[in-house]
Design a protein. Structure first.
Length: 77
């Protein structure tokens, strides 16, 4: 594949950016820009370091059951 067609993407590409675009073009024939709000997967992945992910070991099942029971009692009273 000839990387020259990638120069049409932007006249201001650095050599590194051209190499990256060429590498991407080997995997997909269709490169398009998605606005941040439309690219939900990339947006979610970019926020992973800011999110707290609970593992099964972190869950206190007894406290959860107690809270659910307490909430159920208050709702039915």
């Amino acid at each position: 594949m000839d990387p020259k067609h990638l120069l049409n993407i932007s006249g201001n590409c650095s050599p590194r950016e051209i190499r990256q675009l060429f590498a991407y073009s080997e995997f997909t024939p269709d490169l398009r820009h998605l606005r941040r709000k439309d690219n939900l997967v990339a947006d979610a992945l970019s926020r992973i370091e800011h999110m707290t992910i609970s593992t099964i070991a972190d869950i206190d099942y007894e406290a959860t059951a107690e809270a659910q029971t307490s909430q159920h009692i208050h709702e039915t009273a």
